[in-house]
Design a binder for this molecule. Structure first.
Ligand code: WT7
Length: 705
C-alpha cells in the first residue's frame, strides 16, 4: 500500500474527523449584565420534558387576536401544526403594536450604496403609513386576497419590507426571489408559486454601478409565459422616485410605476386580516438549477414566534439596540433576521443597499460607527472578504459591538479569531448560528451569556431543539466519539417549514423519509428531521458542522470534509480564502486540489503553495495533502458569496464547468481555467477517463447554485 494511504482506517460510510478541539472564549461581564437570557433557568424551561409547551414562551412574545388551544398538532405527521386555533396578523405584530409607545423610533435605517446619498430613516409610524398605503394598492388595484401569491424580485431597498408587510397585512403570501438571481430563475419561481403579480424595481446600486433590474422582469415574465403562467401586472418601484432609471421600456397595460399609483392611496388604512396561525406567511425558494426549486412554505404563527424568541435570546435584541444584518432580504436570513424578528421586538434594523467593501475596505465600519450599530450579523464569506480587503481597517473606527453573528457556512477557526479580536475588538460575544432555509430560524448556537463560544463550532441545539447524529444505518453517533454522521433534529419546532409548496411528497421524501421509524406514526418521536449536513459532536455537546453530506471528498475511502481542508489552508498567514475540490486520480480514486486567494500585499509564490500543502498535511494527514495548490486572484462566487466549488472542480477535472450565469464574477472562470489547465497540460497531469457517475459527482459538487 502506498505510504500516503496509511491512516485511512475509517470505513467508507463514515466521515473522518481530524479537527482538533478549540478552546472556549467567554463573554464579558458587561455583556452578561445586560443579556436577555442570563438566568440558566431558561435552559431548564426548554428541556425535553417540557416540550412542546416550552414554546408558549416564544408565542407569548406576540400579540394574538385569538389565543390558540393546541400547542402542537401532530395528527398529520410530518405536517406539523403549531398554535392551532390561534389567530394573528404578522404586519400588526411588526408595526401597529409599536405605535403607542414608539411611533417615532426608527424601524429601519436604510443606507444607500453611494456614500454621497443620505441614509433614510423610517420610523414605525412612517412604516405603518407606507405599509397601509401599499396594502390598499394591492387590494384595490391588484385585486389580491388572502392566500394569493405575489412574487417579488427586489433589491435591498426599504420598499421590499414595506411590500412584504403589506402582503402580510392582507394574508397574501409573498415570495421574494433574491434580486441578484436571473430573470429566468425568477420566472421559474413565478411559475412554481402560481403568481400573477410581480413586484420589482427599475435599478439599484452594486459595486458602484447602477444596475438595470427591470430588464430581468421582462425575462422572468417571458419565461413564466412559456411555462403557462401569465403575469397580469408588474409593479415597478423607482430607485429615484419620480425618475425612471432603467433603459428597458415599460409595457403598456402591464407595467406600472408604484410611485404613479400611490398618490391615490395616500392616507388609506387597511385593517390587518386576522390569519390562522398555520396560514402560510411566505414562500422562500431554496436554490437549485438542476431540479425544480423547492418553495419552502413558512407559517404565520409558528414562524413569527420562533424568529421572535430566537432574536430575543440569541441575537440578544433589545428595543433600544441598533442591529445590522448584512444578509440580503432575498435569503431566509434576511426575512427572519432583518425584517420579522427585529421588527416584532421593536428594534432598529439597518439595511444596506450594496457591497460592504464599496468603495473601500472601511465602508462597513464607517456605517457601524456612524449609526451606532451594536449588533452585527454576517456570514463567513463576508468576514473573509472584509479581512482580505482590509485586515487592519476595523481598529480605525470607533464602533462597539456587543454581539456578532456568523451564519451560512462553517467558519474556519482562523477567521473566527480575526472576527473576534479585530472586528469585535475582543469586546463582542459571537454566536455561530447553524440552520437552513427550511428551518425558519436557528437550530444550533450558543446562548451568548450562558454558554461559552468555541471557534468553528455552532454550539449545542438551541432552546427546544434536540439534535442527534445518525450514521447511515440510523445508529446514533455518540458525542465525543470523534466520528461524524448526519445531523438530524429529533423534534418539530415552531419555525420549521410546513411543506414544499405544491410538492408535499418531496417534503416527506427529502427531509423525513431517511430516518422515519414508522410511516403511519402520529408521534413526533418517529419523525427525525434530516438536515443533510454532516456533523460531529464533541464531548461537551457542541456540534461542528462539516458542510453538506454531498460535499465530501473521498480519498481512498477516506471521506474528507471540504471545510476542514479549507480551515487547514486558512491557518497559513498569507491565505485569505480557500476552496477544496476533488480531482480524479489514477492512484487514489480522488485527490484533493486546493484553490487559494491571498490577502492583499502578498504575492503568489511556490513557497506559499508549499506552506498550504504542509498545513493540510500536518493538520489533517498525509492522505489529504493537496495534489496541487492553485493561487488565484479570486474564487468564482454566487451573488450570496458562496464559493461555487463545482465550477472549480470542473476546471480541475477538465470537465464542463456548467452554468455560470448566477455567479457574481463569471469572468474569473475563464481566467482560472486557462491558467490551471495550461499548467496541467505542461506537467503532463492529464485527467483519466471518468465514469458517468464521477462526471455527475463533479457536476453536482458543493451545494451553492
Ligand atoms: C446550509 C443551509 C441559514 C441561513 C443561510 C443559509 C450551511 C448554515 C451554518 C453554520 C455551518 C452552516 C449548512 C446548511 N450552514 N449556517 N453556522 N455553520 N454551516 O441557508 O442556503 O438554506 O443553507 O448552510 O450546510 O445546511 P441555506
Amino acid at each position: 500500500m502506498d505510504k500516503e494511504l496509511e491512516g485511512a482506517e475509517v470505513a467508507e460510510a463514515q466521515i473522518a474527523v481530524h479537527w482538533k478541539e478549540e478552546e472556549y472564549y467567554y463573554p464579558s461581564a458587561k455583556f452578561i449584565a445586560q443579556a436577555n437570557a442570563a438566568d440558566p433557568a431558561i435552559l431548564e424551561r426548554f428541556r425535553e420534558e417540557n416540550f412542546p409547551e416550552c414554546f408558549r414562551e416564544y408565542a407569548d412574545l406576540l400579540t394574538w387576536d385569538q389565543y390558540w388551544h393546541t400547542t402542537l398538532d401532530t395528527s398529520n405527521a410530518p405536517f406539523w401544526k403549531w398554535f392551532v386555533g390561534g389567530k394573528l396578523n404578522a404586519s400588526y405584530n411588526c408595526v401597529d403594536r409599536h405605535l403607542a409607545k414608539n411611533r417615532n423610533k426608527a424601524a429601519f435605517i436604510w443606507v444607500p450604496e453611494p456614500e454621497s446619498e443620505e441614509t433614510q430613516t423610517i420610523t414605525y409610524q412612517e412604516l405603518y403609513a407606507r405599509v397601509n398605503e401599499f396594502a390598499a394598492l394591492l387590494q384595490d388595484f391588484c385585486q389580491v386576497k388572502s392566500g394569493d401569491r405575489i412574487t417579488f424580485h427586489m433589491p435591498m431597498v426599504p420598499d421590499l419590507p414595506v411590500a412584504m408587510l403589506a402582503c402580510a397585512r392582507l394574508g397574501v403570501i409573498h415570495s421574494e426571489v433574491f434580486g441578484g438571481f436571473s430573470g429566468a430563475a425568477c420566472g421559474d419561481r413565478i411559475v412554481d408559486s402560481g403568481s400573477h403579480i410581480l413586484i420589482t424595481m427599475d435599478a439599484y446600486y452594486r459595486n458602484g454601478e447602477l444596475i438595470d433590474h427591470k430588464v430581468k422582469a421582462d425575462q422572468a415574465i417571458e419565461r413564466a409565459a412559456e411555462n403557462g403562467v401569465k403575469i397580469d401586472k408588474v409593479l415597478v418601484w423607482q430607485r429615484y422616485p419620480g425618475k425612471y432609471s432603467s433603459p428597458t421600456p415599460m409595457v403598456e397595460g402591464r407595467d406600472y410605476f408604484v410611485e404613479d399609483l400611490l398618490p391615490e392611496y395616500r392616507g388609506r388604512r387597511v385593517a390587518p386580516v386576522s390569519m390562522p396561525a398555520e396560514a402560510p406567511l411566505f414562500l422562500m425558494y431554496t436554490s437549485g438549477t438542476t431540479a425544480r426549486p423547492k418553495g419552502c412554505q413558512h407559517s404565520t404563527g409558528g414562524y413569527l414566534s420562533y424568529v421572535a424568541g430566537t432574536s430575543k435570546y440569541y441575537l440578544d435584541i433589545h428595543p433600544e439596540d441598533t442591529y445590522w444584518c448584512l444578509a440580503d432580504i432575498g435569503w431566509i436570513t434576511g426575512h427572519s433576521y432583518i425584517v420579522y424578528g427585529p421588527l416584532v421586538l421593536g428594534t432598529t434594523s439597518v439595511m444596506y443597499e450594496g457591497v460592504p467593501t464599496y468603495p473601500d475596505a472601511g465602508r462597513a465600519w464607517r456605517i457601524a460607527e456612524r449609526l451606532g450599530v451594536n449588533i452585527f450579523h454576517t456570514a463567513p464569506t463576508t468576514i473573509r472578504m472584509l479581512r482580505k480587503a482590509g485586515p487592519d481597517e476595523p481598529q480605525k473606527y470607533g464602533y462597539h459591538f456587543k454581539l456578532m453573528t456568523t451564519v451560512g457556512e462553517p467558519i474556519e477557526p482562523e477567521v473566527w479569531r480575526w472576527y473576534y479580536h479585530v472586528v469585535g475588538k475582543g469586546e463582542a460575544a459571537i454566536i455561530d448560528t447553524w440552520w437552513q432555509t427550511e428551518n425558519g430560524g436557528f437550530l444550533g448556537s450558543t446562548l451568548p451569556a450562558l454558554q461559552p463560544m468555541k471557534p468553528g463550532s455552532c454550539g449545542p441545539g438551541v432552546l427546544g431543539i434536540y439534535p442527534v447524529i445518525y450514521d447511515e444505518e440510523g445508529k446514533m453517533v455518540e458525542a465525543g466519539s470523534g466520528r461524524a454522521g448526519n445531523i438530524c433534529i429529533r423534534n418539530p419546532w415552531p419555525g420549521i417549514f410546513e411543506t414544499v409548496w405544491g410538492q408535499p411528497e418531496r417534503y416527506v421524501q427529502t427531509y423525513y423519509a431517511k430516518y422515519c421509524k414508522n410511516k403511519n406514526s402520529k408521534d413526533w418521536h418517529d419523525w427525525p428531521y434530516f438536515a443533510g449536513d454532516g456533523a460531529t459532536q464533541a464531548a461537551d455537546g457542541y456540534f461542528r458542522i462539516l458542510g453538506r453530506v454531498d460535499d465530501v471528498i473521498n480519498v481512498a475511502g477516506h471521506r474528507l470534509g471540504t471545510k476542514e481542508l479549507e480551515s487547514a489552508a486558512l491557518t497559513v498567514e498569507e491565505v485569505a480564502e480557500a476552496a477544496a475540490v476533488p480531482v480524479m486520480d489514477e492512484l487514489r480514486g480522488r485527490a484533493v486540489e486546493m484553490y487559494v486567494a491571498l490577502k492583499p500585499n502578498y504575492a503568489a509564490s511556490s513557497e506559499v503553495s508549499e506552506k498550504v500543502r504542509t498545513a493540510v498535511e500536518t493538520l489533517i494527514g498525509k492522505i489529504a495533502r493537496p495534489k496541487n495548490v492553485w493561487i488565484v486572484p479570486d474564487m468564482p462566487k454566487t451573488r450570496s458569496g458562496k464559493i461555487m466549488r463545482r465550477v472549480i472542480a470542473g476546471i480541475s477535472n477538465f470537465t464542463d464547468v456548467g452554468d455560470t450565469s448566477t455567479l457574481a464574477n463569471p469572468e474569473i472562470v475563464e481566467a482560472i481555467r486557462q491558467r490551471v489547465q495550461k499548467e496541467k497540460v505542461a506537467r503532463g497531469d492529464l485527467p483519466r477517463e471518468l465514469s458517468k457517475q464521477e462526471l455527475e459527482e463533479i457536476r453536482r459538487f458543493g451545494r451553492a447554485e
